[in-house]
Design a protein around this ligand. Structure first.
Ligand code: WQD
Length: 336
């Protein structure tokens, strides 16, 4: 019988792509999402991609009674927890929302798991816990910190999981530190779909390419990087989704936890990303140099050895595939 996975936030950008990868790997998946940052028709599109019905429950991870009902109605073997708020700038404006959703939401979920004797969890963490690393590529044992409330919540969640795992060996956690997820499923049916003006680079460039936004503001060109603009480790969302399946496989088969970077190990600058997107869409994309954005670090990209050793993970898709899949997604969506 297929192992059954609860996917919180499964209608979101990374969650929906992970749903597809889990289905392809033979897992039975239940989505829980409050649709605060996802469109309801994602579920229909997931049914087209997978060719099968999708079980989706509308609700919030802060609703402990609902979680108890889900665990009582379904024999859940493990949970992948995406449901959280993730915009750095917004977290500075609304710290209490971020503390409640990201930290209390995790605690509520863990409590329901414990009551149901489910002790396997994949947790969506972020390279933001590294701040500006001293050494690059950044390894998992690098010092952690935070430079904003969002980063604080990710660090608090990681440290909470460490305490819980140390107290009771039944708990096994896969803590995955994402770098910069971008791109879209190759059908162009699902992708990054921010509700308003995007905070992140690639969805912003995508809207310049479709004409929805006028030009890209490049936040600073005086960083200590080859072309002066910020460097990040962009990873294709389908590589990231596959990494989640490999993490889950490892937890369920070996019963031991892990903390790994999920990145490509290669950094690209803002201008390199812009040039790659121009190749993908066949247009010249206007930009202007703007002041640095508060809280930004100059350069971060991940060491990928541990994920490869423990999970067998290796990103396969490069910058051109990331941009081409994003362009396919946004141009299809604009024409529908
Ligand atoms: C990338 C680069 C900007 C927009 C954040 C979170 C991180 C993760 C991913 C959740 C930087 C530059 C951006 C623009 C620009 N989220 N930029 N103009 O800040 O690396 O990471 O999102 O897990 O936790 O911190 O991503 O895409 O916002 O920025 O020049 O309009 O693009 O300065 O150098 P970031 P980003």
């Amino acid at each position: 019988m297929a192992q059954k996975i609860l996917l919180t936030g499964g209608a979101g950008f990374i969650g929906s792509h992970t749903y597809v990868a889990l289905a392809e790997a033979g897992y039975e998946v239940i989505i829980l999402d409050n649709f605060s940052n996802a469109r309801r028709d994602v579920i229909d599109r997931l049914e087209v991609i997978t060719g099968a019905p999708v079980t989706c429950i509308t609700g919030d991870v802060l609703d402990g009674a609902l979680l108890d009902r889900i665990f009582s109605d379904h024999r859940i073997d493990a949970v992948i927890h995406f449901a959280a708020l993730k915009a750095v700038g917004e977290s500075v404006e609304k710290p209490l929302d971020y503390l409640t959703t990201n930290i209390a939401g995790l605690y509520t979920l863990l409590g329901a798991m414990q009551r149901a004797d489910v002790y396997t969890l994949v947790f969506s963490s972020s390279a933001t816990v590294y701040g500006q690393p001293e050494n690059l590529p950044v390894t998992e044992d690098a010092p952690r910190g935070f430079t904003n409330p969002y980063g604080f919540t990710k660090l608090m969640c990681e440290q909470s999981l460490e305490q819980i795992a140390a107290s009771d060996a039944r708990w096994t956690f896969g803590v995955l530190r994402y770098f910069n997820p971008v791109g879209a499923h190759d059908t162009g049916l699902i992708g990054e779909d921010p509700n308003d003006i995007p905070n992140n680079l690639m969805p912003y460039i995508a809207k310049v390419a479709t004409g929805e936004l006028e030009s890209l503001s490049v936040f600073g060109e005086d960083y200590d990087t080859p072309d002066g603009t910020g460097v990040r480790d962009y990873i294709h969302v389908m590589d990231l989704a596959r990494g989640h399946v490999q993490s889950l496989d490892a937890l369920l088969s070996e019963g031991t936890g892990h903390v790994v970077n999920l990145g490509t190990g290669t950094g690209y600058s803002v201008l390199e990303m812009l040039t790659a997107y121009e190749r993908a869409c066949g247009k010249t994309l206007p930009y202007r140099i703007a002041p640095r954005r508060a809280g930004d670090v100059a350069c971060v990209y991940g060491d990928t050895q541990l994920a490869h050793e423990i999970l067998g993970f290796k990103a396969e898709l490069g910058l051109d595939e990331m941009c081409a899949s994003s362009w396919n997604w946004v141009s299809r969506r604009k024409n529908t």
